[in-house]
Design a protein around this ligand. Structure first.
Ligand code: ZN
Length: 200
């Protein structure tokens, strides 16, 4: 990606200096921590070019070579999976069958499918029940093959609202395997009602 305006953002930070962060909006911290500012790591200087991500440019890309049976649901152009080892919150990830890396890389036909597909996914997750909110994320900092996340915030888990959700994803004990697998199966079958193939 070209850098049209070098330093447009990065020129405005102070590097290698520690600072304190106000915590009044971070409901997931212990009460004792939330009353005092938290010292956070000094901001490291920009690393340019950035190191390659897994599967960058389609080389050794596991999303490209994975079998449909590794997924919960697939159709002609899209595949949806989750991980085998449960985490504390249920989530699914969708990626195009072909190797595209960023949203602007999608050809118009794929881009036009993505909105309705995300709607179907969120509906299928909400149909699992006990869902307060479904958070859609696109990070792409780990794997290069385009993938979007949908993470379930359980009904009533108000401390996990907003950006705190991803902290709880790692901080909560893993869901039981049978609960995780049943959610994946129910999600896949709900998706298949609208087309495509459930693999669970
Ligand atoms: Zn790929």
């Amino acid at each position: 990606m070209t850098d049209a305006t070098p330093g447009r953002f990065s020129a405005h930070y102070e590097y290698e200096q520690t600072r304190e962060m106000p915590l009044d909006s971070f409901a997931y911290l212990r009460d004792s921590l939330a009353t005092d500012p938290l010292a956070i790591a000094a901001l490291a200087r920009p690393e340019i070019p950035e190191p390659p991500r897994a599967g960058e440019g389609g080389r050794d890309c596991r999303s490209c070579t994975a079998d449909d049976r590794d997924y919960l649901w697939t159709d002609q152009h899209w595949r949806i999976h989750t991980i085998a080892e449960p985490l504390g919150l249920f989530f699914v990830m969708v990626n195009p069958r072909e190797h595209y890396e960023e949203l602007p890389d999608l050809p118009p036909a794929r881009a036009a499918e993505l909105g309705p597909l995300l709607q179907r996914m969120e509906s299928a997750l909400r149909a699992l029940g006990d869902v307060g909110q479904v958070h859609t994320h696109k990070w792409g900092d780990g794997g290069a093959h385009l993938h979007l996340w949908q993470i379930v915030r359980p009904l009533g888990m108000l401390q996990a609202r907003g950006v705190g959700l991803t902290v709880w994803l790692k901080a909560l004990p893993p869901l039981p395997t049978e609960v995780w697998e049943a959610a994946g199966r129910d999600f896949a079958r709900q998706m298949a009602l609208g087309g495509g193939t459930a693999h669970r």
